[in-house]
Design a binder for this molecule. Structure first.
Ligand code: NAD
Length: 350
């Protein structure tokens, strides 16, 4: 099988590619524009494989997407390319509308034309897997409710609204044109190769430099944390075994308040790299994000029942692995923080 993966140089996309190259016989084509969030160094362990190819392409560029589809002839598309950072979407929503909505539309149209050109079994077996977030469901009001696949959409941020739009487009292409679309909505991911603007890597790296650990408001926002390699396994299950037209929610059964996450990281660091006073002393409460949803939590029962997937990591095992990974990959972090991962690929000296 040959999989075209958009956004494969990002946090989750690179985990999916590492999973596929390391654990299956499949071929992968990574289609990525390489925005600030794309880092080919996250693929170093698999990029020499004969089963891996890279195309630096913007999903909004229809001509380039058509060329990639014609040249590589994929059996499935896993669509992860997106602008993904909520705070950036508040400061500048335009790129989110362009990539997440117009880009997804462009990719769906290119995929439809390509799929219609396939014959027989290849056409029947083709899949378009649209990867999305639980943020499309908005805030959970009660402390016991869980998001299911039928929870109505109520996005709060420009990011989640743009992802909600792209989910609707993907489902419409299934209903209207019969394109074999699968949609997954997943909770917050964490783990290796996470860009250090997101909470968990930011806290680990700031703590190591004795910098303040910023926590929005009281830190009482609840997220359902999933280790990224568990997500990668789930996505591969869905694209290979999922039923077209279906949506699968993916979550880790790991609800934690943000403050609990930060405290857990502080305590693991204290154990692995002791500081004179507790790392918790660095916690600094900052003004809350506008429109900040309080609680997200996923009912992942459907994917468990129908595709026999469940997470292997608990929050406790996954967060320790993550902290250890950051301690052992300072070079990857330094090159992100000083911008050299971008300068070198642009051919600019460091
Ligand atoms: P990321 O920001 O780390 O990576 C996004 C990737 O997409 C980057 O490599 C970037 O270069 C690429 N990209 C951006 N615009 C592009 C364009 N126009 N054309 C081609 N490539 C482009 O994001 P992530 O955290 O890996 O998330 C991947 C997907 O999973 C997103 O669709 C996101 O909405 C979804 N998701 C993320 C989480 C999470 O916790 N990170 C949770 C659930 C769902």
């Amino acid at each position: 099988m040959k999989l075209l993966i958009t956004g494969g140089a990002g946090f989750i996309g690179s985990a999916v590619i590492r999973h596929i190259i390391n654990n299956t016989a499949d071929n992968v084509v990574n289609l990525d524009k390489l925005t600030y969030a794309g880092n080919l160094e996250s693929l170093a362990e698999v990029s020499d494989s004969e089963r891996y190819a890279f195309e630096q392409v913007d999903i909004c560029n229809r001509t380039a997407v058509d060329r990639v589809l014609a040249e590589h002839g994929p059996d499935a598309i896993m669509h992860l390319a997106a602008e993904s950072h909520v705070d950036r979407s508040i400061d500048g929503p335009a790129a989110f509308i362009e990539t997440n909505i117009v880009g997804t539309y462009t990719l769906l149209e290119a995929a439809r034309q390509y799929w219609q050109s396939l014959d027989g079994q290849r056409r029947t077996n083709f899949r378009f897997h649209h990867i999305s977030t639980d943020e499309v469901y908005g805030d959970l009001e009660s402390s016991v409710d869980l998001f299911t696949e039928t929870t109505p959409y109520a996005p709060s941020s420009p990011y989640s609204a743009s992802k909600a739009s792209s989910d609707h487009l993907a489902r419409a292409w299934q209903r209207t044109y019969g394109l074999p679309v699968l949609v997954t909505n997943c909770s917050n991911n964490y783990g290796p190769y996470h860009f250090p603007e997101k909470l968990i890597p930011l806290v680990i790296l700031n703590a190591l430099e004795d910098k303040p650990l910023p926590v929005y408001g009281k830190g009482d926002q609840i997220r359902d944390w999933l280790y990224v390699e568990d997500h990668a396994r789930a996505l591969y299950k869905v694209v290979t075994e999922g039923k077209p037209g279906e949506t699968y929610n993916i979550g880790g059964h790991n609800e934690k308040q943000n403050i609990e996450v930060v405290q857990a990281i502080c305590d693991i660091l204290q154990d692995l790299r002791p500081r004179q006073t507790s790392y918790r002393d660095l916690i600094t409460h900052v003004k809350d994000r506008p429109g900040h949803d309080l609680r997200y939590a996923i009912d992942a029962g459907k994917i468990q029942r129908e595709l026999d997937w469940s997470p292997e990591e608990t929050f406790e095992t996954g967060i320790r692995k993550t902290v250890v990974w950051y301690l052992n990959h300072q070079e990857w972090c330094n090159r992100l923080q000083d911008g050299s991962y971008q300068r070198e690929r642009l051919g600019v000296g460091t």
